[in-house]
Design a protein around this ligand. Structure first.
Ligand SMILES: C[S@@+](CC[C@H](N)C(=O)[O-])C[C@H]1O[C@@H](n2cnc3c(N)ncnc32)[C@H](O)[C@@H]1O
Length: 279
């Protein structure tokens, strides 16, 4: 019998290997389009070469892993994620594209014993959820060859995100609360000084954060975006009476309509491209 997969991040595992991951898997086409405008800047920063061995952390349904495998066509790309459902979808999409130099593992990146010697570690909004980030990044450093590089796409602070403000205001009538500093979650790597100190303690050098602003997309049409976001953020309506809930959903539709473009429903966002080298 296979050994049980070691996990440290119990709350994150319950969410991502549970209902949240199932929702991402079922809506992979919309989720994969959210960050697509960041891909060119990410590719430039990652500078993956044809022979590279690449590890993609928190790969979700594998859009960034497939992009890496396409560039590293003489090498290999491995995607790692906590969610079994997303890993299943990732494998299917990679097979559909006919990619042979790609594999996926359901594992907790904080403590999984990765093979050493990777050239590049990448992650697109998948490395902000560790309950012990120092242990996790030290583990990722061990997966790299000496002078191997890590490239992360992470969110800048919550108050820089038009999408977060717009969705929260429409659904609750309030602006979003500031997340607790450093707690696992989408904004845990948003403070440049904290990120630099954290990665240096985990034996990375040359840590640099570059600000990038792009629009994020939530569906091709207002109706598609509304259905998608109602499923994703329905928990925000949990305390509301039916009439208030209907008004909140109308407010969301109105907000989405003001952001509809010929190229999908788009909101501004602000991210960091973080690059670091294993010492
Ligand atoms: C915000 S999603 C991003 C997914 C994907 N990179 C994308 O851009 O669509 C974060 C992902 O990180 C994964 N994740 C969170 N903590 C993890 C951990 N400790 N080890 C591996 N994956 C993790 C989650 O399962 C989830 O798929």
């Amino acid at each position: 019998m296979a050994a049980p997969t070691p996990t440290a991040n119990h709350a994150q595992t319950a969410a991502w290997d549970g209902a949240e991951g199932a929702y991402w898997a079922a809506n992979h086409d919309i989720f994969e389009a959210v960050l697509e405008r960041y891909q060119p800047a990410f590719d430039r920063a990652a500078a993956i070469r044809p022979q590279h061995r690449v590890l993609d952390i928190g790969c979700g349904t594998g859009a960034s892993t497939r992009a890496a495998a396409t560039i590293a066509h003489r090498g290999h790309a491995t995607g790692v994620d906590l969610s079994s459902r997303m890993i299943d979808v990732a494998r299917g999409l990679a097979a559909r594209e006919g990619l042979r130099n790609i594999s996926f593992e359901r594992a907790d990146a904080q403590l999984h014993p990765f093979e050493p010697g990777h050239d590049v570690v990448i992650s697109q909004t998948g490395a902000m959820f560790f309950d012990d980030p120092e242990a996790a990044f030290a583990n990722l450093a061990r997966s790299l060859r000496p002078a191997g590089r890590m490239i992360l796409l992470t969110w800048q602070s919550a108050d820089q995100q038009e999408w977060l403000d717009a969705f929260t205001l429409a659904l609750t009538g309030r602006t979003p609360p500031q997340p607790p500093a450093g707690a696992p979650g989408p904004f845990s790597l948003s403070d440049p000084a904290r990120v630099t100190a954290l990665l240096e303690r985990a034996s990375f050098t040359a840590v640099e954060l570059t600000a990038v602003r792009e629009t994020t997309t939530y569906g091709r049409t207002v109706e598609q975006a509304h259905t998608f976001l109602r499923g994703l953020l329905g928990w925000m309506l949990a305390d509301q009476e039916p009439a208030r809930r209907a008004a909140s959903l109308d407010a969301l539709r109105a907000t989405l309509a003001t952001h509809a473009t010929a190229d999908g429903v788009r909101f501004e966002s602000a991210a960091w491209l973080i690059t670091a080298t294993r010492s």
